[in-house]
Ligand binder design. Structure first.
Ligand code: C2E
Ligand code: CA
Ligand code: CA
Length: 404
């Protein structure tokens, strides 16, 4: 339980809440007994008597309706109060199907309850339940269509993984001083039998939300290791997403894969974003240290787009900064971008980190970056991400120097 949930004690004959008031808390009874009461005209009607272990007020947790009944203690009662925000947060993180059913069941229950009350006032049961159903469908129709669409996409992605439609493409990272290819960044694509090549923006979000990024991630590490056996010296970068860091055994699993398949972990770099660092700094710091202990390097991806305070950087074991492509793109036209790039190169150097410019598309950008002392560049100027079959050739052939 979190700090939002707390222990409360009520004396006998106390109203914990009244029918008709807004509510944002549910309760679990620990000791004592109470009654649930509804108003019938001027009359109070006891509809339930609850004791230790019983839950009440739970309908307030998932929607914004008023309390449909009141709760009054019959003896001294101690409860654990559970806030709506807490439940909402948990529900949002849970499987969308479970969340939808949870809301639908509570909604239906609330409406049935209202209908039955109405029935007691004279309307027919059938009318009441019928009306209740209609409202229920309106309320949840949109959301269930959304969830169904969501499910279909997740299912498609599961299929893609099983049918081996997910493939890594590789984009060269080039040393700006020597024009040598340092290595490659592995970038995932789906190759669909009829739709063709699908870029990661179309499915990475879904992979993260559904958790599928976890098995996909382990597959990526394994595949990269196999490629490395065929390319001596090449450094390979692998992207890790925030969702993967939620796995308690992430580092252990990666360690096991590297131990079994990797010819040299020192040639592997994991790319993470600033938001991963900031999500839970102590935990992530610990995980990164464990990751580094495997012999790999760590790069901060899309650097400059996340948090403006750089003061936190030195506390994490980071080897490489990758300057986000948006700064490189506007460097020639916007003096501010140019100064940001210069400052980031300086920052990396003073922290003894390597620096890579992303999204480099023109010779002009290459030259400016070299002048400013940037170590490496990656972008369409050198190469787009290419399939594995071309990667080994490309590495052996190398890139021509701009002067040549
Ligand atoms: P990212 O890690 O920042 O990857 C760089 C993206 O920039 C890639 O897009 C790459 O194709 C693109 N790019 C490279 N050079 C240039 C250039 O000169 N100009 C322009 N306009 N773009 C360039 P891609 O492959 O579509 O990947 C998009 C994002 O999807 C990646 O951004 C990364 O966040 C995510 N992603 C890709 N593969 C993986 C993966 O294996 N695992 C995880 N967790 N995320 C991945
Ligand atoms: Ca990346
Ligand atoms: Ca990037």
């Amino acid at each position: 339980m979190t700090g939002d949930n707390f222990y409360q004690i009520f004396p006998p004959n106390a109203l914990i809440f009244r029918e008709g008031e807004p509510g944002d808390t549910a309760y679990i009874i620990e000791k004592g007994s109470l009654e649930i009461i509804v108003l019938m005209g001027n009359r109070e009607l006891q509809i339930a008597r609850l004791g230790p272990g019983d839950i009440f007020g739970e309908m307030a947790l998932v929607d914004n309706q008023m309390r449909t009944a009141g709760a009054r203690t019959l003896s001294e009662v101690s409860v654990i109060a559970i806030g709506k925000d807490y439940v909402r947060e948990k529900l949002e993180k849970s499987d969308p199907v479970i969340a939808l059913f949870m809301k639908a069941i509570l909604g239906r229950f609330r409406k049935m309850h209202a209908s039955l009350k109405e029935t007691a006032h004279g309307a027919s049961v059938e009318d009441a339940i019928h009306t209740g159903d209609l409202v229920e469908l309106e309320d949840y129709g949109l959301e269930s269509a959304f969830t169904a669409g969501h499910l279909a996409l997740t299912h498609e992605l599961e299929n893609a993984l099983r049918e081996k439609q997910l493939h890594l493409y590789y984009q060269a990272v080039v040393n700006l001083a020597t024009h040598e290819i340092k290595g490659f960044e592995a970038l995932i694509r789906q190759i669909h039998p009829t739709k063709g090549l699908i870029p990661p923006v179309n499915f990475i979000g879904m992979a993260e939300e559904s958790g599928l990024i976890v098995p996909i991630g382990y597959m990526i590490v394994t595949e990269v290791c196999e490629l490395m056996k065929k390319m001596e010296r090449a450094q390979i970068n692998i992207n890790l997403s925030a969702r993967q860091f939620e796995e308690v055994d992430l580092i252990q699993r990666i360690g096991a894969i590297l131990a079994e398949h990797c010819p040299d972990p020192r040639r592997v770099t994991f790319e993470i974003t600033e938001s991963i660092l900031m999500s839970d700094p102590n935990r992530v710091d610990h995980m990164l240290s464990e990751l580094k202990a495997l012999g790999v390097k760590i790069a901060i991806d899309d650097f400059g787009t996340g948090y403006s305070s750089f003061s936190y950087l030195h506390r994490f074991p980071i080897d490489i900064l990758k300057i986000d492509g948006s700064f490189i793109k506007t460097m020639a036209s916007n003096p501010k971008s140019l100064e940001i790039v210069r400052a980031l190169i300086g920052l990396a150097s003073s922290l003894q980190m390597e620096v890579v410019a992303e999204g480099v598309e023109t010779l002009d950008q290459v030259e400016r970056l070299r002048e400013m002392g940037c170590d490496f560049a990656q972008g369409y100027y050198y190469s787009k991400p290419i399939p594995i079959t071309d990667t080994i050739d490309f590495f052996n052939r190398g890139v021509p120097s701009p002067e040549a």
